[in-house]
Design a protein around this ligand. Sequence first.
Ligand code: ATP
Length: 438
Amino acid sequence: MSQQFPDLIDRVVNLAKRRGFVYPSAEIYGGFRSTYDYGPLGALMLRNVKDAWVRAMVQERDDVVLIDAAILGPPAIYEASGHIANFTDPLVDCKNCNQRFREDQLPDRTTCPSCGKKDTFTEARAFNLMFKTHAGPVAEDGAECYLRPETAQGMFVNFANVLHTTRKKPPFGIAQVGKSFRNEITPGNFVFRTREFEQMELEFFVPPADAGQWYEYWIAERLAWYHKLGIPSEQLRIRPHDADELSHYSSGTSDVEFAFPWGWGELEGIANRGDFDLKQHATHSGQKLEFFDQGTNERYVPHCIEPAAGATRTMMAFLLSAYDEEEVNGETRTVLRLHPRLAPYKVAILPLSKKAELSVKAREVLKLVQPHFMCEYDETQAIGRRYRRQDEIGTPLCVTVDFDSLEDHAVTVRERDTMTQVRVPIAELLATLRDKLS
Ligand code: ATP
Protein backbone atom coordinates (compact mmCIF):
# COMPACT_ATOMS: atom_id res chain seq x y z
CA MET A 1 0.00 0.00 0.00
CA SER A 2 1.01 3.57 -0.70
CA GLN A 3 2.18 4.43 2.84
CA GLN A 4 5.10 2.07 2.40
CA PHE A 5 7.01 4.64 0.29
CA PRO A 6 8.43 7.59 2.20
CA ASP A 7 8.98 9.42 -1.10
CA LEU A 8 5.60 8.44 -2.59
CA ILE A 9 4.86 11.93 -3.84
CA ASP A 10 8.12 12.07 -5.83
CA ARG A 11 7.47 8.65 -7.32
CA VAL A 12 3.98 9.62 -8.41
CA VAL A 13 4.99 13.03 -9.77
CA ASN A 14 7.81 11.38 -11.66
CA LEU A 15 5.54 8.68 -13.10
CA ALA A 16 2.94 11.32 -14.00
CA LYS A 17 5.49 13.29 -15.99
CA ARG A 18 7.33 10.33 -17.52
CA ARG A 19 4.23 8.53 -18.72
CA GLY A 20 2.14 11.53 -19.74
CA PHE A 21 -0.40 12.02 -16.98
CA VAL A 22 0.57 15.54 -15.91
CA TYR A 23 3.19 17.90 -17.33
CA PRO A 24 4.33 21.21 -15.90
CA SER A 25 2.63 23.86 -18.04
CA ALA A 26 4.51 25.98 -20.61
CA GLU A 27 7.60 23.90 -20.00
CA ILE A 28 9.41 24.94 -23.18
CA TYR A 29 9.28 28.51 -21.85
CA GLY A 30 10.66 27.54 -18.48
CA GLY A 31 7.30 26.61 -16.98
CA PHE A 32 4.50 28.68 -15.51
CA ARG A 33 4.43 28.37 -11.78
CA SER A 34 2.08 25.77 -10.30
CA THR A 35 0.14 25.36 -13.52
CA TYR A 36 -0.16 21.95 -15.11
CA ASP A 37 -1.22 20.38 -18.37
CA TYR A 38 -2.90 16.99 -18.46
CA GLY A 39 -1.20 14.74 -21.02
CA PRO A 40 -2.63 11.83 -23.03
CA LEU A 41 -3.13 9.60 -19.98
CA GLY A 42 -4.04 12.38 -17.55
CA ALA A 43 -6.67 13.82 -19.87
CA LEU A 44 -8.35 10.40 -20.06
CA MET A 45 -8.07 9.77 -16.33
CA LEU A 46 -9.36 13.20 -15.34
CA ARG A 47 -12.30 12.68 -17.66
CA ASN A 48 -12.91 9.30 -16.02
CA VAL A 49 -12.92 10.89 -12.54
CA LYS A 50 -15.46 13.48 -13.69
CA ASP A 51 -17.55 10.84 -15.51
CA ALA A 52 -17.58 8.64 -12.40
CA TRP A 53 -18.88 11.62 -10.44
CA VAL A 54 -21.58 12.43 -13.02
CA ARG A 55 -22.53 8.77 -13.14
CA ALA A 56 -23.06 8.60 -9.37
CA MET A 57 -24.56 12.06 -8.93
CA VAL A 58 -26.73 12.38 -12.05
CA GLN A 59 -27.07 9.20 -14.09
CA GLU A 60 -27.86 6.79 -11.26
CA ARG A 61 -30.45 9.11 -9.65
CA ASP A 62 -33.61 10.83 -10.77
CA ASP A 63 -33.37 13.91 -8.57
CA VAL A 64 -30.27 15.66 -9.94
CA VAL A 65 -29.75 17.47 -13.25
CA LEU A 66 -26.51 18.64 -14.84
CA ILE A 67 -25.71 22.11 -16.14
CA ASP A 68 -22.64 23.75 -17.67
CA ALA A 69 -22.56 27.46 -16.85
CA ALA A 70 -20.27 30.25 -18.04
CA ILE A 71 -16.83 30.70 -16.51
CA LEU A 72 -16.85 34.48 -17.02
CA GLY A 73 -19.30 36.32 -14.79
CA PRO A 74 -20.36 39.87 -14.02
CA PRO A 75 -19.43 41.49 -10.69
CA ALA A 76 -23.13 41.38 -9.69
CA ILE A 77 -22.97 37.62 -9.13
CA TYR A 78 -20.00 37.91 -6.83
CA GLU A 79 -21.31 40.92 -4.98
CA ALA A 80 -24.41 38.89 -4.14
CA SER A 81 -22.49 35.74 -3.26
CA GLY A 82 -20.16 37.66 -0.96
CA HIS A 83 -16.99 36.72 -2.87
CA ILE A 84 -15.99 40.31 -3.64
CA ALA A 85 -16.17 41.24 0.03
CA ASN A 86 -15.11 38.01 1.69
CA PHE A 87 -13.31 35.57 -0.58
CA THR A 88 -9.95 36.44 0.86
CA ASP A 89 -6.97 34.78 2.47
CA PRO A 90 -4.74 36.53 5.03
CA LEU A 91 -1.51 37.51 3.25
CA VAL A 92 1.75 38.32 5.04
CA ASP A 93 5.11 39.39 3.59
CA CYS A 94 8.47 38.59 5.11
CA LYS A 95 10.28 41.95 5.38
CA ASN A 96 13.62 40.18 5.20
CA CYS A 97 13.30 37.94 2.10
CA ASN A 98 10.13 39.44 0.54
CA GLN A 99 8.44 36.03 0.26
CA ARG A 100 4.67 35.96 0.69
CA PHE A 101 2.67 33.47 2.70
CA ARG A 102 -0.87 32.62 3.69
CA GLU A 103 -0.79 33.44 7.37
CA ASP A 104 -3.21 30.67 8.36
CA GLN A 105 -0.94 28.08 6.72
CA LEU A 106 2.31 29.08 8.45
CA PRO A 107 3.58 26.31 10.70
CA ASP A 108 4.90 29.01 13.08
CA ARG A 109 3.49 32.53 12.82
CA THR A 110 6.69 34.13 14.12
CA THR A 111 9.30 32.49 11.90
CA CYS A 112 9.68 32.85 8.12
CA PRO A 113 9.75 29.33 6.54
CA SER A 114 11.84 30.68 3.67
CA CYS A 115 14.72 32.61 5.32
CA GLY A 116 14.29 31.42 8.90
CA LYS A 117 14.31 34.95 10.41
CA LYS A 118 12.06 35.68 13.39
CA ASP A 119 9.38 38.40 13.66
CA THR A 120 9.83 39.69 10.11
CA PHE A 121 6.21 39.42 8.97
CA THR A 122 4.06 42.39 7.98
CA GLU A 123 0.53 42.71 9.39
CA ALA A 124 -1.80 40.30 7.59
CA ARG A 125 -3.98 41.87 4.90
CA ALA A 126 -7.01 40.37 3.21
CA PHE A 127 -6.07 39.23 -0.30
CA ASN A 128 -8.99 38.53 -2.65
CA LEU A 129 -8.49 35.24 -4.51
CA MET A 130 -10.64 36.04 -7.52
CA PHE A 131 -9.11 36.61 -10.96
CA LYS A 132 -10.50 39.80 -12.41
CA THR A 133 -10.40 40.56 -16.14
CA HIS A 134 -12.15 42.70 -18.76
CA ALA A 135 -14.72 41.69 -21.34
CA GLY A 136 -14.63 43.55 -24.64
CA PRO A 137 -12.08 45.82 -26.27
CA VAL A 138 -12.08 48.64 -23.73
CA ALA A 139 -10.73 48.04 -20.26
CA GLU A 140 -13.13 50.39 -18.53
CA ASP A 141 -15.02 49.94 -15.31
CA GLY A 142 -18.24 48.60 -16.79
CA ALA A 143 -16.34 45.86 -18.63
CA GLU A 144 -14.94 44.22 -15.51
CA CYS A 145 -15.69 40.57 -14.98
CA TYR A 146 -14.42 37.61 -13.00
CA LEU A 147 -13.31 34.09 -13.70
CA ARG A 148 -15.50 31.96 -11.46
CA PRO A 149 -13.78 30.91 -8.20
CA GLU A 150 -16.21 27.99 -7.82
CA THR A 151 -18.84 26.41 -10.02
CA ALA A 152 -21.56 26.76 -7.38
CA GLN A 153 -22.82 30.23 -8.33
CA GLY A 154 -23.83 28.88 -11.76
CA MET A 155 -26.36 26.66 -10.01
CA PHE A 156 -27.79 29.42 -7.82
CA VAL A 157 -28.23 31.93 -10.62
CA ASN A 158 -29.92 29.24 -12.75
CA PHE A 159 -32.15 27.96 -9.96
CA ALA A 160 -35.34 29.46 -11.42
CA ASN A 161 -34.43 28.43 -15.00
CA VAL A 162 -33.91 24.83 -13.97
CA LEU A 163 -37.01 24.77 -11.80
CA HIS A 164 -39.17 26.00 -14.70
CA THR A 165 -37.62 23.91 -17.45
CA THR A 166 -37.37 20.58 -15.62
CA ARG A 167 -40.39 20.78 -13.29
CA LYS A 168 -38.27 19.34 -10.50
CA LYS A 169 -39.29 20.01 -6.95
CA PRO A 170 -37.34 19.83 -3.70
CA PRO A 171 -35.58 17.64 -2.83
CA PHE A 172 -33.66 18.02 -6.10
CA GLY A 173 -30.18 19.01 -7.11
CA ILE A 174 -28.25 20.86 -9.79
CA ALA A 175 -24.78 19.53 -10.54
CA GLN A 176 -21.88 20.97 -12.48
CA VAL A 177 -18.34 19.96 -13.38
CA GLY A 178 -15.78 22.41 -14.68
CA LYS A 179 -12.89 24.76 -14.26
CA SER A 180 -12.56 27.22 -11.42
CA PHE A 181 -9.86 29.79 -10.79
CA ARG A 182 -8.35 31.11 -7.56
CA ASN A 183 -5.33 33.31 -7.27
CA GLU A 184 -3.91 31.15 -4.49
CA ILE A 185 -1.13 32.78 -2.47
CA THR A 186 0.74 29.54 -2.00
CA PRO A 187 -0.14 26.96 -4.64
CA GLY A 188 1.79 23.73 -4.36
CA ASN A 189 2.01 20.04 -3.60
CA PHE A 190 1.71 19.18 -7.27
CA VAL A 191 -1.94 19.51 -8.38
CA PHE A 192 -3.28 19.61 -4.81
CA ARG A 193 -3.49 23.40 -4.89
CA THR A 194 -3.32 25.18 -8.22
CA ARG A 195 -4.67 28.49 -9.50
CA GLU A 196 -6.67 26.80 -12.24
CA PHE A 197 -8.42 23.57 -11.27
CA GLU A 198 -11.56 21.56 -11.83
CA GLN A 199 -14.46 21.13 -9.48
CA MET A 200 -17.43 18.79 -9.25
CA GLU A 201 -20.21 20.44 -7.27
CA LEU A 202 -23.79 19.68 -6.39
CA GLU A 203 -26.30 22.14 -4.94
CA PHE A 204 -29.09 20.04 -3.48
CA PHE A 205 -32.23 22.00 -2.63
CA VAL A 206 -34.48 20.65 0.12
CA PRO A 207 -37.45 21.69 2.27
CA PRO A 208 -35.93 23.58 5.24
CA ALA A 209 -37.10 21.05 7.82
CA ASP A 210 -35.26 18.22 6.04
CA ALA A 211 -31.88 19.94 5.68
CA GLY A 212 -30.20 18.22 8.63
CA GLN A 213 -31.14 14.79 7.39
CA TRP A 214 -29.96 15.49 3.83
CA TYR A 215 -26.70 16.89 5.15
CA GLU A 216 -25.98 13.56 6.91
CA TYR A 217 -27.12 11.66 3.82
CA TRP A 218 -24.68 13.47 1.53
CA ILE A 219 -21.74 13.05 3.89
CA ALA A 220 -22.26 9.28 3.84
CA GLU A 221 -22.88 9.16 0.09
CA ARG A 222 -19.80 11.13 -0.77
CA LEU A 223 -17.49 9.18 1.51
CA ALA A 224 -18.78 5.96 -0.05
CA TRP A 225 -18.03 7.27 -3.56
CA TYR A 226 -14.28 7.53 -2.90
CA HIS A 227 -14.29 4.18 -1.21
CA LYS A 228 -16.12 2.43 -4.05
CA LEU A 229 -13.59 3.81 -6.51
CA GLY A 230 -10.79 2.12 -4.66
CA ILE A 231 -9.47 4.35 -1.86
CA PRO A 232 -9.19 2.15 1.25
CA SER A 233 -11.17 3.35 4.27
CA GLU A 234 -8.04 3.91 6.39
CA GLN A 235 -6.93 6.57 3.88
CA LEU A 236 -10.22 8.47 4.18
CA ARG A 237 -11.91 10.30 7.01
CA ILE A 238 -14.71 12.76 7.68
CA ARG A 239 -13.73 15.88 9.57
CA PRO A 240 -16.59 18.02 10.88
CA HIS A 241 -15.64 21.72 11.04
CA ASP A 242 -15.39 23.36 14.44
CA ALA A 243 -17.91 26.10 15.15
CA ASP A 244 -15.26 28.82 14.63
CA GLU A 245 -14.44 27.48 11.14
CA LEU A 246 -18.02 27.73 9.87
CA SER A 247 -19.22 30.57 7.65
CA HIS A 248 -21.95 32.60 9.34
CA TYR A 249 -24.69 31.07 7.19
CA SER A 250 -23.55 27.44 7.49
CA SER A 251 -25.05 25.27 10.19
CA GLY A 252 -22.64 22.44 9.45
CA THR A 253 -19.71 21.60 7.20
CA SER A 254 -17.75 18.36 7.03
CA ASP A 255 -14.76 17.62 4.86
CA VAL A 256 -13.91 14.32 3.25
CA GLU A 257 -10.17 14.10 3.84
CA PHE A 258 -7.52 11.88 2.30
CA ALA A 259 -4.26 10.77 3.89
CA PHE A 260 -1.86 12.68 1.63
CA PRO A 261 1.85 11.92 2.15
CA TRP A 262 2.16 15.19 4.13
CA GLY A 263 -0.94 14.60 6.26
CA TRP A 264 -4.72 14.74 6.03
CA GLY A 265 -5.99 17.05 3.29
CA GLU A 266 -9.45 18.02 2.02
CA LEU A 267 -10.87 16.35 -1.07
CA GLU A 268 -14.36 17.69 -0.67
CA GLY A 269 -16.45 19.86 1.62
CA ILE A 270 -20.09 19.07 2.35
CA ALA A 271 -21.91 22.12 3.68
CA ASN A 272 -25.38 22.81 4.98
CA ARG A 273 -25.73 26.32 3.54
CA GLY A 274 -29.28 27.10 4.63
CA ASP A 275 -31.12 29.57 2.37
CA PHE A 276 -28.20 32.01 2.23
CA ASP A 277 -27.35 31.76 -1.48
CA LEU A 278 -30.85 31.85 -2.93
CA LYS A 279 -31.83 34.71 -0.62
CA GLN A 280 -28.74 36.73 -1.52
CA HIS A 281 -29.33 36.33 -5.25
CA ALA A 282 -33.05 37.04 -4.85
CA THR A 283 -32.29 40.28 -3.00
CA HIS A 284 -29.59 41.43 -5.40
CA SER A 285 -31.37 40.46 -8.63
CA GLY A 286 -34.90 41.37 -7.59
CA GLN A 287 -36.06 37.95 -8.89
CA LYS A 288 -38.06 35.43 -6.89
CA LEU A 289 -35.91 32.40 -6.11
CA GLU A 290 -38.30 30.18 -4.24
CA PHE A 291 -40.49 27.15 -4.63
CA PHE A 292 -44.26 27.05 -4.59
CA ASP A 293 -45.52 23.76 -3.23
CA GLN A 294 -48.90 23.13 -4.85
CA GLY A 295 -49.66 20.33 -2.42
CA THR A 296 -49.51 22.51 0.67
CA ASN A 297 -50.05 25.89 -1.02
CA GLU A 298 -46.83 27.08 0.59
CA ARG A 299 -44.11 29.22 -0.87
CA TYR A 300 -40.64 28.79 0.58
CA VAL A 301 -36.94 29.27 -0.10
CA PRO A 302 -35.34 25.82 -0.15
CA HIS A 303 -32.27 25.13 1.95
CA CYS A 304 -29.18 23.93 0.19
CA ILE A 305 -26.75 21.10 0.90
CA GLU A 306 -23.56 21.45 -1.09
CA PRO A 307 -21.08 18.61 -1.67
CA ALA A 308 -18.16 20.42 -3.38
CA ALA A 309 -15.26 18.30 -4.62
CA GLY A 310 -12.12 19.00 -6.62
CA ALA A 311 -11.64 16.82 -9.71
CA THR A 312 -7.95 17.52 -10.19
CA ARG A 313 -7.14 17.15 -6.49
CA THR A 314 -9.17 13.96 -6.35
CA MET A 315 -7.37 12.54 -9.37
CA MET A 316 -4.12 13.08 -7.48
CA ALA A 317 -5.51 11.20 -4.48
CA PHE A 318 -6.54 8.30 -6.72
CA LEU A 319 -3.03 8.17 -8.20
CA LEU A 320 -1.35 8.25 -4.79
CA SER A 321 -3.64 5.61 -3.40
CA ALA A 322 -3.22 3.32 -6.43
CA TYR A 323 0.57 3.47 -6.61
CA ASP A 324 2.29 0.22 -5.73
CA GLU A 325 5.58 -1.58 -6.31
CA GLU A 326 6.28 -5.25 -5.85
CA GLU A 327 9.06 -7.78 -6.51
CA VAL A 328 8.36 -10.15 -9.39
CA ASN A 329 11.08 -12.63 -10.39
CA GLY A 330 13.77 -10.46 -8.85
CA GLU A 331 12.56 -7.31 -10.62
CA THR A 332 10.50 -4.39 -9.35
CA ARG A 333 7.07 -4.12 -10.91
CA THR A 334 5.35 -0.73 -10.60
CA VAL A 335 1.57 -1.03 -10.71
CA LEU A 336 -1.15 1.58 -10.58
CA ARG A 337 -3.97 -0.35 -8.98
CA LEU A 338 -6.59 2.03 -10.36
CA HIS A 339 -10.26 1.14 -10.33
CA PRO A 340 -11.09 0.06 -13.92
CA ARG A 341 -13.50 2.97 -14.22
CA LEU A 342 -10.66 5.42 -13.57
CA ALA A 343 -7.88 3.76 -15.58
CA PRO A 344 -6.98 5.76 -18.71
CA TYR A 345 -7.03 2.63 -20.88
CA LYS A 346 -9.16 -0.36 -20.00
CA VAL A 347 -7.56 -2.77 -22.45
CA ALA A 348 -4.19 -2.98 -24.21
CA ILE A 349 -4.08 -4.98 -27.43
CA LEU A 350 -0.62 -6.49 -27.89
CA PRO A 351 0.50 -8.63 -30.84
CA LEU A 352 3.20 -10.98 -29.58
CA SER A 353 5.61 -9.81 -32.27
CA LYS A 354 5.74 -7.28 -35.06
CA LYS A 355 5.19 -9.93 -37.75
CA ALA A 356 2.72 -8.64 -40.37
CA GLU A 357 0.23 -11.50 -40.01
CA LEU A 358 0.00 -10.92 -36.26
CA SER A 359 -0.51 -7.19 -36.73
CA VAL A 360 -3.40 -7.85 -39.07
CA LYS A 361 -5.07 -10.18 -36.56
CA ALA A 362 -4.34 -7.87 -33.62
CA ARG A 363 -5.82 -4.90 -35.45
CA GLU A 364 -8.96 -6.93 -36.11
CA VAL A 365 -9.20 -7.53 -32.37
CA LEU A 366 -8.57 -3.81 -31.75
CA LYS A 367 -11.43 -2.87 -34.07
CA LEU A 368 -13.67 -5.30 -32.22
CA VAL A 369 -12.89 -3.91 -28.76
CA GLN A 370 -12.43 -0.18 -29.50
CA PRO A 371 -16.10 0.79 -29.76
CA HIS A 372 -16.66 -0.61 -26.25
CA PHE A 373 -13.53 0.23 -24.26
CA MET A 374 -10.73 2.79 -24.43
CA CYS A 375 -7.84 0.76 -25.84
CA GLU A 376 -4.15 1.13 -26.40
CA TYR A 377 -2.39 -0.71 -29.20
CA ASP A 378 1.31 -1.44 -28.73
CA GLU A 379 3.61 -3.60 -30.81
CA THR A 380 7.02 -2.29 -29.78
CA GLN A 381 9.46 -4.10 -27.42
CA ALA A 382 9.37 -7.54 -25.83
CA ILE A 383 6.00 -8.65 -24.48
CA GLY A 384 7.20 -8.65 -20.83
CA ARG A 385 8.27 -5.01 -21.14
CA ARG A 386 4.95 -4.11 -22.67
CA TYR A 387 3.05 -5.75 -19.80
CA ARG A 388 5.11 -3.68 -17.35
CA ARG A 389 4.34 -0.48 -19.24
CA GLN A 390 0.63 -1.24 -19.01
CA ASP A 391 0.90 -2.13 -15.30
CA GLU A 392 2.59 1.20 -14.66
CA ILE A 393 -0.24 3.19 -16.23
CA GLY A 394 -2.96 1.12 -14.59
CA THR A 395 -4.40 -0.72 -17.62
CA PRO A 396 -6.52 -3.47 -16.02
CA LEU A 397 -6.38 -5.96 -18.93
CA CYS A 398 -3.94 -6.88 -21.68
CA VAL A 399 -5.04 -8.93 -24.68
CA THR A 400 -2.21 -10.74 -26.43
CA VAL A 401 -2.49 -12.00 -29.97
CA ASP A 402 0.03 -14.77 -30.73
CA PHE A 403 0.74 -17.21 -33.55
CA ASP A 404 -1.76 -19.74 -32.17
CA SER A 405 -4.42 -17.03 -32.45
CA LEU A 406 -4.16 -17.34 -36.23
CA GLU A 407 -5.20 -20.99 -35.93
CA ASP A 408 -7.45 -21.22 -32.87
CA HIS A 409 -9.02 -17.72 -33.07
CA ALA A 410 -8.37 -17.24 -29.38
CA VAL A 411 -6.31 -14.67 -27.45
CA THR A 412 -4.73 -14.44 -24.01
CA VAL A 413 -6.25 -12.06 -21.47
CA ARG A 414 -3.90 -10.99 -18.66
CA GLU A 415 -5.04 -9.26 -15.49
CA ARG A 416 -2.99 -6.36 -14.13
CA ASP A 417 -3.37 -7.08 -10.43
CA THR A 418 -2.90 -10.84 -10.33
CA MET A 419 -0.90 -11.24 -13.58
CA THR A 420 -2.98 -14.36 -14.24
CA GLN A 421 -3.69 -15.24 -17.86
CA VAL A 422 -6.60 -17.03 -19.50
CA ARG A 423 -7.15 -18.12 -23.07
CA VAL A 424 -10.39 -16.78 -24.53
CA PRO A 425 -11.99 -17.37 -27.95
CA ILE A 426 -12.18 -14.05 -29.83
CA ALA A 427 -15.91 -14.66 -30.21
CA GLU A 428 -16.23 -14.46 -26.41
CA LEU A 429 -13.69 -11.71 -25.87
CA LEU A 430 -16.07 -8.78 -25.41
CA ALA A 431 -18.16 -10.66 -22.86
CA THR A 432 -15.02 -11.67 -20.95
CA LEU A 433 -13.65 -8.12 -20.92
CA ARG A 434 -16.98 -6.72 -19.81
CA ASP A 435 -17.20 -9.28 -17.05
CA LYS A 436 -13.66 -8.66 -15.78
CA LEU A 437 -13.99 -4.88 -15.91
CA SER A 438 -17.31 -4.63 -14.11
P1 ATP B 1 -8.81 24.85 0.83
O1 ATP B 1 -9.20 25.01 2.27
O2 ATP B 1 -7.94 23.63 0.54
O3 ATP B 1 -8.34 26.10 0.17
P2 ATP B 1 -11.55 25.21 0.25
O4 ATP B 1 -12.18 24.76 1.53
O5 ATP B 1 -11.43 26.66 -0.04
O6 ATP B 1 -10.14 24.48 0.05
P3 ATP B 1 -13.79 24.65 -1.37
O7 ATP B 1 -14.08 26.06 -1.67
O8 ATP B 1 -14.66 23.92 -0.40
O9 ATP B 1 -12.27 24.50 -0.95
O10 ATP B 1 -13.72 23.87 -2.75
C1 ATP B 1 -14.15 22.53 -2.89
C2 ATP B 1 -13.06 21.64 -3.40
O11 ATP B 1 -12.42 22.21 -4.53
C3 ATP B 1 -11.91 21.41 -2.41
O12 ATP B 1 -12.25 20.41 -1.48
C4 ATP B 1 -10.80 20.96 -3.32
O13 ATP B 1 -10.92 19.59 -3.67
C5 ATP B 1 -11.05 21.79 -4.57
N1 ATP B 1 -10.16 22.95 -4.58
C6 ATP B 1 -10.34 24.14 -3.95
N2 ATP B 1 -9.32 24.98 -4.17
C7 ATP B 1 -8.45 24.28 -4.98
C8 ATP B 1 -7.18 24.61 -5.58
N3 ATP B 1 -6.63 25.80 -5.43
N4 ATP B 1 -6.59 23.66 -6.33
C9 ATP B 1 -7.14 22.43 -6.52
N5 ATP B 1 -8.33 22.09 -5.99
C10 ATP B 1 -8.98 23.00 -5.23
